[in-house]
Write a protein that binds this ligand. Structure first.
Ligand code: FES
Ligand code: FE
Length: 435
């Protein structure tokens, strides 16, 4: 009978968790996906110390508009107050800690009222009303000391990030090389702006949050996990998908640094055309291209359209996928994650273009979609597989000797290589071991 293999980490189980031991350059340990203590430390060392995506400015465009979100496990409210300023507030009443808002979005023009004992807060977070007055002694209680706790909020061109401990790096510093990909999204809009007001699709899965982070920049899996979708797109089986994803294929994966990563399909888009080849009328296509050219010139417009929409993740919780979707990854428990998918529309583009973008999000990633449900399923299967405690090391060495450092410091590999995963785990290890 075979022996259960030595997991290699038993000596760490009781003491402090040694993340340098668990996260190696070419492999990671399965425990990272199911250990409750590790999950708790991730909420502190990652989500409580870096800039975390909380929403887009257009979601709260009008005074009073708010959305409820999370920074790791902590509930927050993103709200535009009556003076049009943006506020990010902890969703926790200053009396006894009740969440003061339980709905996902709405307009709090009149502020928020706690359902428990009725304290009221203005939509900038100020405490404005205490039922039956102050507690023991009114002289000891000043309302201005009990506004909702504020969280640091910064915007990069409308993309909003919150930080529970903004003592470290600036948002732009943290975004680093991913900034050019945010710019690439905006460059495609005739006005240079996007709107994210089309609601959200949601998935819940019973597995660890990091699977979704890694998967979105894993282009080793699509031809296998999503094979039925590829067969549906090309029922005659004539297209050579390996020319994109396989050895010698033209897609690339890129580690952008700081845990951010990209799958670069621009070579294929340049060869075969991007979303404009989907069924859009000639009039809408022309209006859109003309609008773009009017803003940035014909040459630049055709360059941008040739590259197409980018596909990337910003560590730890933001994804952008073509054609036009932001995802927020919300860790709920060590083996429970929620994902929100928001269609991203081009402000000023013909309705037909935006409708097509919106429909593509539903088609690909809705509950009956042809892509995301496959991925969700596999996360849960992975988590189930981790119950088998044999040799628990997970191999991430594909391409480790052949990847290339580009001039600006990004690291690039072939589509089927694990360059992006290694980049994510390098940042993870850095954050989890940083003092
Ligand atoms: Fe909010 Fe008491 S908990 S008013
Ligand atoms: Fe997938």
């Amino acid at each position: 009978m075979g022996r259960v293999a030595d997991t290699g980490v038993s000596k760490m189980s009781a003491a402090r968790i040694d993340y340098r031991e668990l996260v190696r350059d070419d492999r990671i340990h399965g425990r990272l996906y199911y250990d409750e203590e590790i999950f708790r430390e991730e909420m502190e060392r990652i989500f409580s110390r870096v800039w975390v995506y909380v929403g887009h400015e257009s979601e709260v465009a009008e005074p009073g508009e708010f959305v409820t979100r999370w920074i790791g496990s902590q509930p927050v409210i993103l709200v535009r107050d009556n003076r049009r300023s943006l506020n990010l507030l902890l969703n926790r009443c200053r009396h006894r800690g009740n969440t003061i808002c339980q709905i996902e979005k709405g307009n709090a023009g009149g502020g928020f009222r706690c359902a428990y004992h009725g304290w009221t807060y203005a939509n900038n977070g100020d405490l404005v009303g205490v039922t039956y007055g102050a507690g023991a002694d009114p002289r000891d209680f000043r309302k201005e000391d009990y506004g909702l706790n504020r969280v640091a909020l910064e915007s990069y061109k409308g993309f909003l990030f919150g930080n529970l401990n903004p003592n470290g790096t600036s948002l732009e510093n943290q975004l680093g090389r991913s900034i050019r990909l945010i710019d690439q999204i905006l460059d495609q809009s005739p006005t240079g702006e996007v709107t994210v007001r089309g609601g959200a699709l949601k998935h819940m899965y019973r597995a660890n949050w990091k699977m979704a982070v890694e998967n979105v920049v894993d282009s080793y899996h699509p031809l296998f996990l999503h094979s039925s979708t590829f067969k549906m797109i090309d029922s005659a089986g004539k297209f050579d998908w390996d020319s994109i994803y396989g050895p010698g294929g033209n897609a690339r994966v890129r580690d952008l640094g700081n845990g951010h990563a990209q799958i670069d399909f621009s070579a294929q888009n340049r060869k075969a055309g991007s979303f404009l080849h989907s069924p859009i009328s000639a009039t809408a296509r022309k209006d859109y291209v003309e609008g773009l050219a009017a803003r940035i010139g014909r040459e630049r417009a055709s360059d941008i359209l040739a590259d197409g929409d980018p596909h990337f993740e910003i560590f730890p919780n933001f994804n952008y996928l073509p054609p036009g979707e932001i995802r927020i990854i919300r860790p709920v428990g060590v083996a429970e994650t929620h994902i929100y998918y928001f269609p991203v529309l081009f402000k000023g583009a013909p309705d037909e273009i935006n409708l097509e973008r919106h429909q593509q999000v539903c088609l690909l990633h809705g509950s009956a979609g042809v892509i995301a449900p496959d991925d969700i399923d596999v996360y849960e299967r992975n988590q189930e597989g981790f119950r088998a405690r044999a040799d628990e090391w997970l191999i991430l060495n594909r391409g480790i000797r052949s990847e290339v450092r580009e001039e600006d410091g990004a690291i690039v590999g072939m589509a089927y290589e694990e360059t992006t995963q290694r980049g994510i785990w390098r940042e993870y290890r850095d954050l989890m071991t940083r003092a």
